[in-house]
Design a protein around this ligand. Structure first.
Ligand code: TXA
Ligand code: MG
Length: 319
């Protein structure tokens, strides 16, 4: 089925319209503070199946359920002190908690039949307003085709899903630019399943994170090696650009290079780099270049998440 895809500006009327659509079982692409999501009712198997099919995502890769309030989110999982500490410190915000599911109405398709569920309370005001209109959570993966870069503005979503969704809610550029951190508290050892907007250091100050290497196949399909890929090949940890490449700098752009070059952050700010990463990769991907070289990014703070995405984009196995 091919739809006419309409982009709606964010205003009260459209926020209500989108909330109504989701309540009725439709699927809408909308902004969160991290990346745009593809939202549908948390308890509607047909809707959830359709989300997987729009993205061409394997059914074995579960979705995150988004809530309008911390209480409602925590009500749906079996909690311990870790859940409370994390929720209090980081919600609303870009942290996703994986825990044993309590709410039996959450679609089993959304959780890929697991006994755990991934939940978060986003901080984007538009999305919170949508969530709170009917007090209904929604399931939402990032609004990209499977394996591709997550969209950080409404035009990116349109590029990814034109004809596949009816509605995109335009909330401008997302604040963070990279996905939420996924943390697993479903058993005694707390593990980070996906590095993201909330740094490991800031979580470690509150809760001890178990650092032993985890079995990718068992835990989180989002950890699969070949994810977040632009179309062009990527060379990471680069020190200088080569002929025919586009250059994505961290810091100042080199004045000796006449090819296409952009900087993630001239002042070497990691937050700014995260915000620019997907946007710039998309932009460069459209240019007439053989490949993309990205300058080395420090492995600290949100830099861990940036490097994780770049390693996957470059198809290089984690060390
Ligand atoms: O920032 C974000 O998290 C965005 C916005 C839209 O909220 N969403 C997002 O969703 O990135 P998605 O579907 O692209 O990634 C969800 C990740 C996947 O890596 C998935 O495997 C993992 O969460 N996940 C979901 N449920 C899980 C579960 N029960 N156990 C382990 N991992 C889970
Ligand atoms: Mg995704």
């Amino acid at each position: 089925m091919i739809y006419k895809t309409e982009t709606l500006e964010k205003n009260n009327h459209n926020i209500l319209l989108v909330a109504k659509k989701i309540k009725a079982g439709d699927i809408v692409a909308l902004p969160t503070e991290t990346v745009y999501g593809l939202a549908g009712r948390f308890d509607n198997d047909l809707t959830i199946k359709k989300i997987f099919s729009i993205k061409s995502r394997p059914l074995s890769n579960p979705l995150i359920i988004h809530y309008g309030s911390i209480e409602n989110a925590l009500d749906d999982i079996y909690i311990d002190s870790r859940a409370k500490i994390l929720a209090e410190k980081f919600w609303p915000g870009p942290l996703t908690i994986v825990a044993k599911a309590k709410n039996k109405f959450i679609s089993k398709i959304a959780t890929s039949g697991l006994d755990t569920v991934a939940i978060r309370v986003p901080s984007n005001k538009v999305t919170l307003a949508v969530l709170n209109h009917f007090n209904l959570p929604f399931a939402a993966p990032s609004a990209n085709r499977y394996g591709k870069i997550s969209p950080t503005c409404a035009t990116d979503v349109y590029e990814e899903l034109n004809g596949k969704v009816t509605t995109i809610l335009n909330g401008g550029n997302t604040k963070v630019g990279i996905e939420s951190t996924v943390i697993d508290i479903s058993n005694k050892k707390t593990k980070i399943l996906r590095h993201g907007a909330i740094s490991e250091e800031s979580i470690n100050k509150l809760i001890k994170i178990h650092k032993k290497k985890i079995n990718i196949k068992v835990i989180s399909p989002g950890l699969s090696h070949s994810h977040y890929k632009p179309d062009k090949p990527i060379r990471i940890n680069a020190t200088r650009p080569r002929e025919g490449e586009a250059w994505l700098a961290f810091g100042k752009k080199p004045d000796y290079f006449y090819g296409i070059s952009l900087t993630l952050s001239e002042k070497k700010c990691l937050d700014e780099s995260a915000k620019n990463l997907y946007k710039m990769l998309r932009l460069i991907d459209k240019k007439n270049v053989k490949s993309i070289a990205v300058q080395k990014i420090p492995e600290k703070g949100i830099g861990l998440a940036i490097n994780d995405r770049l390693r996957r984009a470059a198809f290089i196995k984690d060390k």
